[in-house]
Ligand binder design. Structure first.
Ligand code: FMN
Length: 208
């Protein structure tokens, strides 16, 4: 079939997440200007440049209280955040932290997740996540929206200014990603686990 998203079709409006998959999950910690830590998963998330290393994530909706999602609000206030890798061992915690808790609730405490003090930025890191990327805000972009609520569809671009990797995943200067058992998001309530890999070398144009 073929359809135009703005016209009639048989799918729910968020069909896109069942078509663009698997999406990595940025499990993002931030802190409010009053010092309340926050933790939430975002799968509209990816790496977007190497030098300097930059990442993006996007909030597709507003907070259930009508305002900005807490993560966006905190990052705009304090300009710092941490991206923690979401792994299978912590899958329930990842899901639990998607709760639309009020702004003054510490979701680390609420979901019983261990914090570790980050090296450079104020927001705490997830202690049991194998990767913590400490980031500073580069830019917020207001994406196109059809909603009257202007707190929807916000994209954050951050620069990674500190990288913590658990030592056991590093060997001979290479990172063993597969060993980490990362999880990713598909459509609906479906997830996948990164549990196999294959190798391919990229082709090179040979100039005669
Ligand atoms: C695995 C997963 C991925 C999610 N990805 C996104 C996303 O990319 N964008 C978004 O707006 N909400 C996403 N959500 C929902 C948010 O996590 C949820 O709205 C959360 O309450 C936001 O928290 P905050 O207000 O503390 O930032 C996701 C939820 C789950 C479980």
């Amino acid at each position: 079939m073929f359809f135009e998203p703005n016209k009639n079709h048989p799918f729910t409006p968020n069909f896109l997440s069942a078509l663009i998959f698997p999406r990595p999950i940025g499990w993002i910690s931030s802190i409010s200007k009053n010092g309340v830590p926050n933790l939430s998963p975002y799968s509209f998330f990816n790496a977007i440049s190497y030098i300097p290393p930059q990442i993006m994530f996007a909030a597709t909706a507003n907070h259930s209280d009508g305002g900005l999602k807490d993560t966006i609000r905190n990052i705009l206030d304090t300009r710092e955040f941490v991206v923690n890798l979401a792994i299978k061992k912590l899958k329930n915690e990842v899901n639990e932290t998607s709760i639309d808790a009020p702004h003054d609730i510490d979701e680390f405490n609420f979901c019983k997740i261990k914090k570790r003090k980050s090296k450079i930025v104020k927001p705490p890191s997830v202690a049991d996540s194998p990767i913590n990327l400490e980031c500073k805000l580069i830019r917020k972009i207001n994406l196109k929206t059809k909603s009257k609520n202007k707190n929807q569809n916000k994209m954050i671009i951050g620069e990674v200014i500190g990288v913590r990797i658990e030592n056991r995943y590093i060997k001979n200067g290479r990172i063993n990603s597969l060993m980490m058992k990362a999880i990713s998001r598909m459509g609906y309530s479906e997830y996948s686990e990164v549990d196999s890999k294959f190798l391919m070398t990229r082709p090179k144009w040979i100039k005669l």
